[in-house]
Design a binder for this molecule. Structure first.
Ligand code: CUA
Length: 218
């Protein structure tokens, strides 16, 4: 009979076999490589860009967004204001259950400082189809210096589960080119399936994994 006083049958207390030590060392070494990749990617790979962070009261942030909308609103997209800020401006987006306010109309090749914050719970800012993904946290203003490198009609998708309406939390960022046009609009207005224009921009979006449409600088 086995009691707590007796050692159970087994080999676990015997010294580790050479091959076990070897595998452990390999696994530990690989962990260290992956660990080193985090700061390396941060500084060398252009990923995880350093933002400008600050604490902000959610009510105060909402007031800033309202002020921003009032100053640069150019129209409405359904229930959401479309805002076209001047080059170099501080631009704002507010995430809340379950929408992104406002719709931003930006210009290709122009730098902006994009501020993100939430009015309620954690949200995720994912810019589709570009590989850009950020946490949007209540109480914090997270700003990124961005320069859109591609014109198009982009969607902001919430990437952090935030409740029953999470899957409907869609936002919109329109990037116009030097002539004030959006390439995708041409295909839609002609109504002839995929035009050359749309095909080119889709190709560009997929082919530029290493050089995304929104360039984030530090
Ligand atoms: Cu907001 Cu999910």
């Amino acid at each position: 009979m086995h009691t707590g006083m007796e050692s159970p049958r087994g080999v676990w207390w015997k010294p580790a076999h050479g091959s076990e030590k070897l595998w452990f060392s390999l696994a530990f070494g690989w962990c260290m490589v992956l660990f080193a990749m985090m700061p390396l990617w941060h500084w060398k790979g252009g990923q995880n860009p350093s933002g400008i962070r600050g604490k902000v009261d959610p009510a105060e942030y909402r007031a800033r967004v309202q002020e921003f909308i009032a100053a640069y609103q150019v129209g409405m997209d359904g229930a959401f204001p479309i805002v076209e800020p001047p080059p170099g401006a501080d631009i704002y987006m507010l995430g809340q259950m379950w929408s992104w306010t406002p719709v931003l109309k930006l210009r290709k090749g122009v730098e902006y400082t994009l501020h993100l914050s939430s009015a309620d719970v954690n949200h995720g800012f994912a810019l589709y189809p570009i590989n850009v993904n950020f946490q949007v946290v209540p109480g914090y203003d997270y700003a990124l210096r961005i320069r859109p490198t591609e014109a198009g009609d982009f969607r902001v998708i919430c990437n952090e589960f935030c409740g029953i309406g999470h899957h409907m939390m869609l936002g919109r960022i329109i990037v116009v080119d030097e002539d004030g046009r959006v390439p995708g609009d041409v295909a839609i207005s002609h109504g002839a399936g995929v035009s050359e224009d749309a095909a080119t921009s889709a190709e560009a979006a997929h082919g530029h994994a290493a050089a995304p449409g929104a360039e984030v600088s530090r």
